[in-house]
Design a protein around this ligand. Structure first.
Ligand SMILES: Cc1cc2nc3c(=O)[nH]c(=O)nc-3n(C[C@H](O)[C@H](O)[C@H](O)COP(=O)(O)O)c2cc1C
Length: 311
């Protein structure tokens, strides 16, 4: 894919390969490693705007970063007032870019009129963006292309977002009812990209260099956002940037584990780590026993010993 830097309001990124927000996965420890691997921009997972207003426990941990120039905060909500207050508040004060989640398909979020439910209401979505823009933050949005098979709201939302002052739009090329399955709709992204002059980032189903090239060629997007592919192949970013990976998978897995310990303490780290094991070990033959060990171990030493045995 063609690499280029992108201007997002006041921020100029080093490249156009971004790491997606992923709840429960893209925490501080993973984002830190991702930045070392070379992503142009990484994102916190979605954080409730109202939760920030009411100082909900854990928000600080979700928003933790030591690189505000390369990390965007993502918020979700449906009330323009609270969304703006979140942008102006203490928690987000050091972030330059605030992304608005308009794609989360999870029923709990959708039923509250948040996340992908906003795709039902372009007027409310425009009010949210306009209010957030008043905060002075560089506002971006992340959408899906609709709710049901056959929907395509990407073009209308892209134009609306640009008119309201958004600085970038990320399009996950699937509808809500598809969650994370199926080929992305390249044409929907292509049409939206052609209609606006702010950068458009294409997302969905990128697990290899070929997938990224196909996405860029078929959509004309300004860049790509990797999500599950970033876990199944942590060094995919290096291939896309045509550089050598800085370490082997074994070392990466151990660094990630240590990062989780630093972020959460030992007990929670062993539990959090389990989510990543399947992705990291995908494709390695004859490791069923060690995999089970990693998925059941409560001890950091034992996890490291098991990783040593695998490699
Ligand atoms: C476990 C998980 C958590 C996610 N959490 C978020 C989130 O917090 N905010 C968001 O905008 N998208 C979230 N997403 C969606 C991803 O950012 C991305 O749009 C989606 O996975 C499609 O990309 P992929 O097919 O390359 O995985 C999540 C996806 C997964 C699998």
């Amino acid at each position: 894919m063609q690499l280029k830097s992108l201007q997002i309001g006041k921020t100029k990124t080093e490249n156009n390969v971004f790491l997606a927000p992923m709840a429960g996965y893209t925490d501080f420890s993973f984002r830190k490693l991702a930045l070392e691997l070379g992503y142009g921009l990484v994102s916190t997972e979605l954080v409730s705007a109202k939760g920030l207003e009411y100082k909900s426990k854990g928000s600080n941990l979700l928003l933790r970063t030591d690189d505000y120039n390369k990390t965007q905060a993502q918020i979700f909500g449906s009330e323009p007032y609270f969304m703006r207050k979140a942008c102006e508040g203490e928690y987000l004060k050091d972030f330059n870019i605030v992304d608005i989640n308009m794609g989360c398909p999870v029923p709990k979020v959708y039923k509250n009129g948040e996340g992908s439910a906003l795709l039902n209401d372009i007027k409310l979505s425009s009010e949210i963006i306009k209010e957030c823009v008043k905060s002075g933050k560089d506002i971006t949005i992340k959408i899906r292309i609709g709710l049901k098979e056959g929907d395509d709201i990407a073009l209308d939302f892209a134009k609306m977002a640009e008119d309201c002052g958004a600085k970038l739009i990320t399009i996950h090329g699937r509808v809500r009812e598809k969650y994370y399955s199926g080929e992305p709709n390249y044409n929907a992204i292509y049409k939206a990209k052609k209609a606006v002059s702010i950068p458009v980032i294409a997302n969905g189903g990128i697990f290899s260099v070929e997938d990224a090239n196909k996405m860029m060629e078929n959509t004309g997007a300004d860049g790509v956002m990797l999500a599950r592919g970033a876990f199944e192949n942590p060094f995919l970013i290096c291939s896309l940037l045509s550089k050598n990976s800085p370490c082997e998978l074994k070392e990466f897995m151990i660094l990630h584990l240590k990062g989780l310990v630093e972020n959460y303490g030992e007990k929670r780290a062993t539990l959090e780590y389990r989510k990543f094991v399947g992705g990291y070990l995908k494709g390695i033959p004859n490791i069923k026993e060690q995999k089970i060990k990693l998925l059941t171990s409560n001890s950091i030493e034992e996890i490291i010993e098991t990783i040593d045995n695998i490699f």
